[in-house]
Design a protein around this ligand. Structure first.
Ligand code: SF4
Ligand code: FES
Length: 256
């Protein structure tokens, strides 16, 4: 089996791919394969990781043309064709790279971000959108002890709190690829998460993204939900937010 890896650093006239023959290890992840590449082929290969346990989100990259976490993606199952996901197309997926999926694992940087070096991308645009959403609880008043909530509110909330900010959804979203100002699936899902949090007292959360590059820019491709390693459904949050905003607007029109 082989690992085919995207290589680029500042000053290079164009990126290229390096192919390395892997020594098979039991339950080998793509992250482990990248370490083997570093140890045995070229220690200048750059990639990001931290937890190695699908928690920090740092290792998201394009693996076999699908944004995934390198630390939880098994090489053997990719070669068996077990982890194929059919995504709505966008340019980065359609770039022609000579690659044999039955023999090789293709590893490239997460699309829609500037490449810093090899597999490392600059995620500033992603975190700028996230910050714009003001991702903190704004309670009516500071509670004297714990801020308790009804346990029946938890399942809906947990759908969105599971996000680990890996940006796989951003890299999979065709709209993010075309429109650099689109807030993106993760930030919108996070905004919706605060909107439905019963402890939050800001009742203008949805209006924050009631702009051209917010809720209304989504084309409902659904790639975000398909690639999310934590099962977060940003597309659902966006659909619900749009419906709630439209209902609000209709009611205010009726009152006039
Ligand atoms: S919504 Fe899912 S894919 Fe998007 S940043 Fe959060 S965990 Fe990653
Ligand atoms: S290294 Fe943390 S999610 Fe993969």
């Amino acid at each position: 089996m082989k690992l085919k890896v995207f290589r680029y650093h500042e000053g290079m006239s164009a990126p290229h791919y390096d192919t390395f023959s892997l020594e098979e290890e039991p339950s080998m992840t793509v992250l482990r394969a990248l370490f083997q590449f570093q140890e045995q082929f070229d220690d200048s290969l750059a990639f990001q990781y931290s937890c190695r346990g699908s928690v920090c989100g740092a290792c998201a990259m394009l693996i076999n043309k699908v944004p995934r976490l390198a630390c939880r993606t098994q090489v053997a199952s990719l070669l068996k064709g077990e982890q194929q996901i059919a995504l709505s197309p966008y340019p980065a997926l359609e770039e022609k790279v000579g690659w044999d999926p039955s023999q090789e694992v293709l590893v490239e940087p997460l699309p829609h971000f500037p490449v810093v070096k090899d597999l490392i991308v600059d995620r500033n645009a992603f975190f700028k959108s996230y910050k714009f959403m003001e991702p903190v609880i704004k309670p009516e008043s500071i509670p004297p002890k714990e801020n308790l909530m009804d346990p029946s509110d938890l399942p809906d909330l947990e759908l969105y709190t599971n996000c680990i900010l890996c940006a796989a959804c951003y890299g999979a979203c065709p709209v993010d690829g075309e429109n650099k100002d689109y807030l993106g699936p993760a930030a919108l899902a996070k905004l919706y998460r605060f909107h439905i949090d019963p402890r939050d007292a800001d009742n203008r959360r949805l209006e924050k993204a009631d702009i051209n590059n917010g809720w209304w820019a989504c084309d409902f491709h659904g790639n975000c939900r398909q690639v999310c390693p934590k099962g977060v459904p940003p597309i659902m949050a966006i659909g619900q937010a749009q419906a709630e905003l439209m209902e609000k607007k209709e009611k205010s029109e009726d009152k006039k």
